[in-house]
Design a protein around this ligand. Structure first.
Ligand SMILES: [Zn+2]
Length: 316
């Protein structure tokens, strides 16, 4: 099992990897950690790991099931936010209807710490003796808000803050144009819960230059070998207008050129020049196709090719 996009949390990753190998993943997890700690990313990875049909390693990030999971369109995955007791009863009933496509059916409950006692109690039975194909992922910002009886029926996965060093390095790669002192400040202020820093910096970048922000997000996934993120990015890009698309390509090209210059001049550069040249080549092809009025759907298809190339290079 692999965890593209989940930073730090090495022990947790190792534990899940061993569990998957030795006895298979559990049917109920409580994902606990404050806002921005990576609960949603981990939930998505777990769901994809349950549903991915790749024989080698899961989640592969490219099969139909992974795609559907990442786009939130898989019919066997249901997300609910702080459900009422009535909604929990509905969910319980739904759990006894067999999965549509996959072998498993997954329920994600967000904001579990705010679910009232009656609704939490209504969940107990299905957690304990639900159908064998059903999986429950409960997300809580504060574990203390979750009943002991619920907790004892789940395996708890605690998301840990990432170190200042790991956080800062990631934010630098993710937001190359943001001054280092701002990066350091945000890395410190988020206390290791990187999602918070990413949201703040992303909002600022989006407001200042949407195409640049898109390019930064896309390239960060590329550099991190984050196939799941690339997939999401590629699908979002499919929805752009022609002007937005060419602004995105321009911004991505500019950034790659800058990285290339750095790679040539610095011995300890983060990226290999051959790699950057390959990316630049793809951007060039995409630009040429855009000018030749090739449909944007096809261009986004090329981005998928890029995802596949990244995959082959090996994952984090
Ligand atoms: Zn897959």
């Amino acid at each position: 099992m692999k965890f593209p996009g989940l930073l730090g949390n090495d022990k947790l990753q190792a534990r899940l990897r061993a569990q998957k190998r030795e006895r298979g993943l559990s049917h109920a997890y409580l994902l606990a950690g404050p806002l921005g700690s990576g609960k949603h990313t981990l939930a998505q990875l777990l769901i994809a790991a349950f549903l991915c049909t790749n024989k080698e390693e899961v989640p592969c990030g490219t099969c139909q099931d992974c795609r559907k999971v990442w786009l939130h369109i898989h019919p066997d995955v249901k997300w609910v936010k702080t459900p009422s007791v009535g909604e929990v009863r509905g969910l319980r009933k739904d759990a006894y209807i067999r999965p549509n496509e996959g072998l498993r059916k997954l329920y994600v409950i967000e904001g579990m710490q705010k679910v009232n006692l009656a609704a939490q109690n209504a969940l107990l039975k299905v957690l304990e003796e639900g159908p064998e194909y059903a999986v429950f992922l409960l997300l809580a910002e504060d574990e203390d808000g979750v009943l002991e009886t619920v907790r004892s029926r789940c395996e708890t996965l605690r998301l840990a803050p990432v170190s200042q060093e790991v956080g800062e390095a990631y934010l630098r790669r993710r937001f190359p144009d943001v001054p280092p002192e701002t990066i350091a400040r945000e890395a410190g202020a988020c206390e290791g819960y990187l999602g918070r820093a990413v949201w703040r910096l992303e909002a600022a970048a989006q407001a200042a230059e949407p195409a640049g922000a898109r390019a930064d997000a896309f390239l960060a996934c590329l550099y991190e070998n984050n196939t799941m993120g690339l997939l999401k990015s590629a699908v979002e890009l499919e929805g752009l207008s022609r002007e937005e698309w060419s602004a995105f390509l321009q911004a991505a090209g500019d950034r790659l050129h800058k990285t290339l210059r750095e790679a040539v001049h610095k011995k300890d550069a983060q990226f290999e020049t051959a790699q950057i040249l390959l990316y630049l080549d793809i951007i060039r092809v995409l630009k040429a196709q855009g000018e030749a009025n090739v449909g944007l759907g096809h261009c986004a298809g090329l981005l998928h090719v890029l995802c596949a190339e990244v995959m082959e290079r090996g994952e984090t």
